[in-house]
Design a protein around this ligand. Structure first.
Ligand code: GLY
Length: 416
């Protein structure tokens, strides 16, 4: 089949890379893509609006469209594709609210008995301030809209809560979710969803703050280990307590969920609780998880779009994967663009995904906050970490920021 991939970051590079291993895929087109993706697929310059994307899919004769980022999903690209009779892997606008509207999402969890942190939502500042002041610290303040993973502040003091709330309410039509701070290990459980059922991928763990030791501002994600060591019983519990109720609830409310259902979970002393849902592959979780997929991504995505996914279609290698993100100096606030990049040839078990790169005057340069996502597979996580850090050491990127402690929350260090 011919597959059109929408997006141009590290996640979409990993999707395209997985499609190059798909026997059912004869052609891959990506919009807008990036210089790394261009080595593996034909890239078509940036189209953002749902109608323009649907026209492109029609003009290309795409059999399937896979939508990577949350932006086009929240703009209704899947609805537009469906109206045009084109199969799409991704949720409709209504189903994407699970990610795009955090207040709605929390209310959905409440309606369907899905475990999550205690919360309240507000659309005016004075009531939000009054509630925040009545709550114990630390406290989590979330912008209810889409903010590329950066709309969350963990407030250690009331002054920080006031500041975070004031910043959110500077925007028009702001809404905020204030929730209790949960303690535990954070795990990303992604699942392929066909509208009725969700089939899990191996659990992974992202590292969301910019600095080592889980300090500094939140980012889109700085590195991942996969699999996070959850037992079979834990995975079954997450299926029964979180994923299945989402699938049933969304279908019952008339908006069946198709695409990647991403449950961000906290493993608390009371069991797993949902931190947030995303309606797409995580980035950089996709870069860690997809290299382990041994079955055909396009077949899986097509089956999801047609509501006929079989669990046996989804198989992963029994090995480990690690991702380290190289970010530009100044990220996440003001990333420096235009820094020359020199890329090494990755080894057989290493991959180099482009996230924010561009070609200027014939030279590869940084063009975003997260610039490269480096990945390695190995039989164990310490070996995968060693491989990925070896690759990082060979990249030429002056001033690159990257965390040297990926896996450290589990006490893992690169094997020497
Ligand atoms: N890695 C976090 C996210 O994709 O939202």
């Amino acid at each position: 089949m011919k597959v059109l991939v929408v997006g141009g970051g590290g996640r979409e590079h990993a999707i395209v890379d997985a499609l190059t291993r798909s026997a059912s895929t004869r052609e891959i087109v990506c919009t807008p893509g990036n210089p790394g993706i261009a080595a593996q697929a034909r890239c078509v310059a940036g189209l953002q609006q749902p109608q323009a994307l649907a026209e492109l899919a029609r003009a290309e004769g795409a059999d399937l469209v896979m939508v990577g980022p949350e932006g086009p999903l929240a703009a209704g690209v899947v609805d537009e594709l469906q109206r045009s009779g084109i199969l799409a892997f991704g949720p409709t606008l209504a189903a994407a609210r699970l990610e795009g509207d955090k207040a709605w999402s929390k209310a959905f969890m409440q309606r369907h008995g899905i475990p999550t942190a205690r919360w309240r939502s507000f659309d005016v500042l004075p009531l939000a301030l009054e509630y925040a002041q009545s709550q114990p610290l630390p406290l989590v303040v979330k912008d209810a809209g889409l903010r590329a993973g950066k709309g969350v502040t963990i407030c250690q003091t009331q002054a920080e809560a006031v500041q975070a709330l004031a910043a959110i309410f500077e925007q028009p039509q702001a809404q905020v979710v204030i929730e209790e701070f949960m303690v535990g290990q954070e795990v990303s459980v992604l699942a392929f969803a066909d509208g009725l059922k969700a089939v899990q991928m191996p659990p992974s763990q992202d590292h969301k703050t910019i600095f080592e030791g889980d300090t500094g501002p939140m980012t889109g994600g700085m590195g991942v280990i996969c699999p996070y060591p959850l037992g079979e019983a834990d995975c079954q519990h997450i299926q029964a307590a979180v994923l299945d109720p989402v699938m049933r609830g969304m279908a019952a409310e008339g908006q069946p969920f198709v695409g990647v259902l991403y449950a961000g979970l906290m493993l608390t002393a009371q069991g797993p609780k949902v931190v947030e849902f995303n309606a797409r592959f995580g980035d950089p979780e996709a870069e860690a998880v997809l290299p382990l997929l041994t079955t055909d991504l396009a077949e899986i995505a097509l089956s999801c779009a047609q509501g006929r996914l079989q669990p046996q279609q989804v198989r992963f290698a029994d090995s480990a994967s690690a991702v380290v993100v190289l970010a530009a100096p100044g990220y996440p606030n003001e990333p420096v663009r235009g820094i020359p990049l020199t890329l090494p040839m990755p080894g057989v078990n290493q991959r180099l995904y482009h996230a924010g790169t561009a070609v200027r005057d014939g030279h590869l340069v940084s063009a975003g906050g997260r610039v490269l996502a480096l990945q390695a597979c190995a039989p164990t996580l310490p070996a995968a970490l060693r491989e990925v850090y070896d690759l990082a050491a060979r990249v030429g990127f002056a001033g690159a920021q990257y965390r040297r402690d990926i896996g450290g929350r589990l006490g893992l260090t690169p094997e020497v």
